[in-house]
Ligand binder design. Structure first.
Ligand code: CP
Length: 332
């Protein structure tokens, strides 16, 4: 299913039905599997509402006034950290980013003690990114705050997948029946981990494309794998390019930039192998001239990279709103 690309449809500004927060029963957001289709639909509706509000510069709301969010990023981030901070502030929350590198972890404080210490400050939500798989899930058992996984090792990055799927829906009208081609370093990608789960849940076909040593040893059920880009892209509606995660590779496994670009970097010519009007996504940060050409990265008609960033704030507002609204009511 391919539809003409273009700007996302943000014509409706009506608040979604179902009360201020709508139906959503998640205490934590740790991975995609725990979300029902109805949860995802509720998040999409609310994200659309906030996307419009953000464009109108409507100013902070007081919907979550009085609640506190703490950002705990044990790995680097630009997009996820900034968008959670903005999302919280636009909903009226107090948002604090803990300077992890300068924290008492340096004095050998145990991470559980660190989280319990912060939790004792009457915190409502913790956004956690860590190199260790499942660390946010463990944190959710330690603390009273709601925990949101902002990326755990090579496992999952659920809020990225939600904003990616929302962006595709906004651009192409829907997800069911689409073919998504995920290209590149899939084996080490938590973005791929969450997107495979979410796009399959929403009825898309998912293909995994990359060199043999970038593909998972045990591909998820229902996915097709390709080591030839031309075959794998045939008829694809969405092309999701992934970052080559050098920080997670042995030096010997890091590919030569120009060699990789020749085979796996997305160019106008290679995009021509996919479906007409295919949409390009990249979670960022991009390695231009390795994963994607400047020409495609900078063309908003076919690339949704900056739209993903914009929608990231709206989706994270939706997540905080739906997760924390009930908590606010309980506190009142
Ligand atoms: N996509 C993503 O997670 O980007 P950051 O590492 O900049 O947060």
């Amino acid at each position: 299913m391919s539809k003409p690309s273009g700007k996302q449809d943000t014509s409706s500004k009506k608040a979604p039905a179902g009360g201020p927060a709508g139906p959503f029963a998640q205490r934590h957001l740790l991975g995609i599997d725990a979300l029902s289709k109805d949860d995802v639909k509720a998040l999409f509706r609310r994200a659309r509402y906030y996307a419009d509000i953000n464009r109108d510069r409507a100013g902070p709301s007081d919907i979550l006034k009085g609640l506190t969010l703490i950002n705990l990023f044990f790995e680097n981030s630009t997009r996820t950290l900034a968008s959670f901070d903005l999302a919280a502030k636009r909903l009226g929350m107090t948002s604090l980013t803990v300077p992890v590198a300068a924290s008492s972890l340096r004095k050998e404080e145990d991470i559980r003690d660190m989280l319990l210490t912060l939790d004792a400050m009457q915190v409502d939500a913790m956004v956690v990114r860590h190199t260790q798989e499942k660390l946010p899930a463990r944190a959710a058992k330690w603390v009273k705050a709601c925990v949101i996984n902002a990326g755990d090792g090579t496992n999952e990055h659920p809020t990225q997948a939600l904003l990616d799927a929302y962006t595709v829906k906004a651009r192409l009208g829907g997800i069911e029946g689409l073919t998504l081609a995920i290209v590149g370093d899939i084996r080490r990608s938590r973005v791929a981990g969450s997107n495979i789960r979410l796009f399959q849940k929403l009825g898309a076909d998912v293909r995994l494309l990359g060199p043999e040593n970038f593909l998972p040893d045990d591909p998820p059920d229902g996915t097709e794998t390709f080591t030839d880009m031309k075959t794998g892209l045939k008829g694809a509606d969405v092309i999701m390019m992934l970052r080559v995660q050098k920080e997670r590779m042995e030096t010997a496994d890091i590919p030569d930039k120009s060699e990789y670009f020749k085979t796996w970097g997305l160019t106008e010519k290679k995009r021509g192998w996919s479906g007409k009007n295919s949409l390009i996504l990249h979670p960022g940060p991009m390695n231009r001239g390795m994963e994607i050409s400047d020409e495609l990265a900078d063309n908003p008609d076919c690339s949704a990279v900056l739209q993903q960033v914009e929608n990231g704030v709206a989706m994270r507002m939706a997540i905080l709103d739906l997760m924390l609204h009930q908590r606010k009511r309980e506190n009142q």
